[in-house]
Ligand binder design. Structure first.
Ligand code: ADP
Length: 445
């Protein structure tokens, strides 16, 4: 059964119970209040009649006939007289007009007289009217009045239930609407249409669900786009060197070109680039699948920086760039995988060398803060614009997309994975003076 119907049924059952109980209660209450009203009126009539009779006749003799004439007592010949709950007692506490369980001539206790209504004539107590507490029989007209009220009550209850049913249906539909929209959008996503947006209609849990769904859809769309872009970039990056190498090989084979050391060097460079790219991809997929094994050992940060710098010193000299190291004294050792960290910092230095012009400077630094060690690679190069900064650690992101260089665009993504696997994090910033700065924070236990 549909959730809408289930909810409607639940609303209906609850309202049925509530309206039914209320109607029963009101019906009972009306009956008892109406009886009380009738009894009060009847008692009043009885007392008034008895009093006026005494005032006129100075005695209660013959009062029963008078009451019968006024229909305040049932006629004598009636077979099944309706109950008449009033008893008249004279000043000597003797019953004059009786009703069960009292009988005429019976003497009544003072306690009962006290509960009754005294009849006075010229300021003197001449008798008492006592109520037996027996319920009055309703007259046909009174009964008709009560029946009509009850009928109206049940019609109102039925109307209330119809309204509850309609409202329940409306509320259930509006409650399940976001769920229907979500299901519809989910089906579409399953069919491959990842970009879905459902309206957020409320600030409650369903609204939160819709928001989370929209976020998920946006993230998936973005990730899907990035994956497509990366595949295209990689295909492009693989094709270029392969075209160069196969072109050379063909020409060499045909004898159109002579094999010279320079041509082999070019081919070797392209093959190296391919190897590099394949290695980067392997690293990323290892990091993704959590299979990148780390060999953590205590290493001294200053030594780590020195060791990487020495590998790039020659290239820096060739490019006339100064490669400097600045470290705090007494740095504590940190548990790191030295080979992987050398790879990360090496990548940052090689980027810095690529984007820094002649006469520039690259500064490697290590600073200790409470709880963490910050390794920095700063350059005086072209710097990174804010919109590029946002995406710089994404896979296959190149700041300058027109550049057809030998870079894979995976270097920083790999660096981020490796740093994060070791519990640290990496960020990039634009330096105030000039150039860019990469900071790696490693927690110290
Ligand atoms: P690539 O292999 O293409 O260099 P990276 O992931 O290492 O890929 O870098 C991504 C992009 O970040 C680069 O294309 C470049 O635009 C930018 N970038 C990286 N390092 C620097 C730097 N030191 N100065 C300026 N831009 C940089």
């Amino acid at each position: 059964m549909k959730l809408t119907y289930k909810l409607t049924l639940a609303f209906l059952l609850i309202s049925l119970l509530a309206i039914g109980l209320a109607a029963l209660f009101i019906q009972g209450r009306i009956a008892s209040e109406f009886n009380r009203y009738l009894e009060g009126q009847q008692q009043n009539n009885f007392v008034l009649a008895v009093r006026s009779y005494y005032n006129e006749n100075n005695t209660f003799n013959g009062v029963d006939t008078y009451l019968r004439e006024n229909q305040l007592l049932p006629p004598l010949n009636e077979l099944n007289p309706p109950p008449q709950p009033y008893v008249l007692v004279d000043s000597k506490r003797v019953v004059i007009v009786a009703s069960a369980p009292y009988v005429i001539g019976e003497k009544v206790k003072q306690g009962e007289i006290d509960k009754g209504i005294p009849i006075e004539s010229n300021g003197e107590a001449v008798g008492t009217v006592i109520s037996t507490g027996q319920p009055l029989a309703r007259k046909p007209l009174d009964q008709k009045y009560i029946d009509q009220i009850n009928q109206a009550l049940w019609i109102a209850a039925f109307g209330g239930m119809l309204i509850a049913l309609l409202l329940g249906l409306l509320i259930a539909r509006s409650l399940t609407r976001p769920i229907r929209e979500l299901t519809h959008a989910t089906h579409k996503m399953a069919q491959g249409k990842l970009e879905q947006e459902i309206p957020v209609r409320s600030q409650d849990e369903l609204g939160e669900l819709a928001q989370a769904f929209n976020q998920m859809s946006a993230d998936l769309t973005k990730a899907n786009l990035a994956r497509k872009q990366m595949t295209a970039d990689i295909a492009h990056d693989l094709r270029n060197p392969l075209t160069v190498v196969s072109g050379y090989l063909e020409s060499l084979q045909d004898g159109k070109l002579k094999s010279t050391p320079e041509r082999f060097a070019i081919m070797q460079m392209e093959v190296q680039h391919l190897q590099h790219l394949v290695e980067d991809l392997r690293m990323l997929s290892l990091a993704d699948s959590g299979e990148l094994r780390l060999h953590l050992e205590p290493i001294a940060p200053a030594e780590l920086l020195e060791s990487v710098a020495s590998a790039y010193r020659h290239q820096a000299e060739v490019q006339k760039i100064q490669l400097k190291i600045e470290t705090d004294a007494n740095l504590s050792t940190v548990n790191l995988d030295s080979e992987r960290m050398e790879q990360v910092i090496g990548n940052l230095i090689s980027n810095a060398l690529r984007y820094t012009p002649e006469g520039g400077e690259i500064l490697l630094s290590a600073k200790q803060f409470p709880g963490s060690l910050i390794l920095g690679v700063a350059d005086t190069g072209i710097g990174i614009s804010p919109d590029i900064l946002l995406h710089i650690f994404e896979r296959s992101y190149r700041g300058d997309s027109s550049r057809s260089g030998t870079e894979s665009g995976l270097g920083l993504a790999i660096a981020k994975s490796i740093v994060e696997l070791q519990g640290g994090n990496i960020k990039a910033e634009q330096r105030a003076e000039q150039g860019s700065k990469f900071l790696i924070a490693i927690p110290i236990q």
